[in-house]
Write a protein that binds this ligand. Structure first.
Ligand SMILES: [Zn+2]
Length: 386
């Protein structure tokens, strides 16, 4: 996904996704017809409102992010896209209770914003003598300061309703999945939640075309359906990887190098990441980069111990591919030595992980372009096909 970093808040990167541009298309194409004033002035006010609304979307995502931290999940960044925002977490919460709490924290911030705005909105209504809710809605589309505040109030209510739709990747979808997970398990729960979400996206698209005559809202519905699919796929891949043992995918090795050996000795067999062992036990990793740069600086008299790193991710053969990869990502380790009963057996690298991942989640476009459409069909029917 292509996105642009625009700032940082409490260690969380704030990014804009390319699809965010669709928001502006929506404002200029759809909102011109609604207004009481000329089209362009209307669009300008709408743009200010949209900027404020996305400020509230950002608050919403920060709600998720800070609740996730409460449950010990690290949040890398928050990305704003056309359908709102996404807080990218280190991993998805697996416990239903955590998933519900994190999902609820987003809409809760919008409820809070709407509650804060409600006295102001009521005051505007009283002073202007508004009689029906329709008067408020009409004012929301008027290019004025009071219109802006009422618009923001409604926008927050809509954000709550929209996000509580039981469709992935909306918060309602996550709560539905959490509820289903506690009954039928996480994999099946996700599958059902994806179906419900995609069905809802189709209904929304149809409703938008028939009643609102909008063509940008169906585009958003398609976006929802695609993201729902991606969510289902991510969970399916995750659960397969949780079942795979890392031992199956490690590159077997005859024993690594010992710390006392001269650095140049580690170059035999070509420059690569090598495990450093003593009596079969892993004591460090000699990274290819460190090896080459030390030798390049002329460190011929150095030993392996001088250049090795002792900050390690060591995996047991019986650990799952998923768990090991999580730890490698957290510690930014490119490779992990694999041991059996504490004895060094081989190495698991990020390349091996990528290979496994591509087998499980082939990118259809990539396969079609590099191997042809026939290969794509064969792959689809293969062991990892659906
Ligand atoms: Zn949310």
């Amino acid at each position: 996904m292509r996105s642009l970093s625009v700032g940082r808040f409490h260690d969380i990167d704030i990014r804009l996704h390319w699809s965010f541009a669709l928001v502006f298309a929506w404002v200029f194409i759809d909102w011109r017809d609604f207004g009481v004033s000329d089209g362009l002035g209307q669009s300008a006010v709408a743009l200010v409102l949209v900027a404020l609304v996305f400020g509230c979307v950002l608050l919403h995502e920060m709600g998720h992010a800070f609740m996730a931290r409460e449950y010990g999940i690290r949040v890398h960044d928050v990305t704003l896209s056309v359908i709102g925002g996404v807080a990218r977490m280190e991993h998805l919460p697996t416990r239903p209770k955590a998933e519900v709490a994190i999902a609820l924290a987003g809409p809760a911030t919008n409820v809070a914003v709407a509650a804060l705005l409600s006295p102001v909105v009521l005051l505007i209504g009283v002073t202007r003598g508004f009689a029906t809710p329709g008067d408020y809605v009409l004012e929301a589309f008027a290019p004025s300061f009071s219109g802006l505040l009422i618009g923001l109030f409604y926008a927050n209510l809509l954000l709550v309703l929209f996000n509580l739709l039981p469709a992935f990747p909306m918060d309602g979808g996550r709560m539905l999945r959490a509820g289903l997970s506690s009954i039928v398990g996480r994999e099946a729960g996700t599958r059902i939640a994806v179906w419900v979400g995609q069905g809802l996206a189709v209904l929304l698209a149809a409703a938008a075309i028939f009643w609102l005559h909008s063509l940008t809202l169906p585009l958003i519905a398609v976006f929802i359906a695609v993201l729902a699919q991606a969510e289902g796929r991510a969970v399916r891949i995750e659960s397969v990887m949780r079942r795979m043992r890392v031992g199956q995918f490690a590159l077997w090795d005859m024993g690594g190098v010992s710390p006392e050996q001269p650095l140049a000795y580690a170059l035999r067999g070509g420059p690569r990441d090598v495990a450093v062992t003593r009596n079969g036990r892993v004591v460090g990793m000699l990274w290819r980069n460190a090896l080459l740069s030390e030798l390049g600086r002329g460190g011929r008299e150095l030993t392996v111990a001088d250049a090795m790193s002792t900050a390690l991710v060591v995996a047991d053969v019986d650990e799952s591919v998923y768990d090991v990869h999580q730890r490698m990502t957290t510690h930014k380790a490119w490779a992990a030595p694999v041991t059996e009963d504490g004895v060094y057996r081989g190495i698991f690298t990020a390349d091996r992980f990528l290979h496994v991942y591509r087998q499980l989640a082939p990118n259809p476009l990539e396969i079609a372009l590099t191997e042809g459409p026939l290969a794509l069909m064969q792959r689809w029917a293969g062991p990892f096909g659906r």
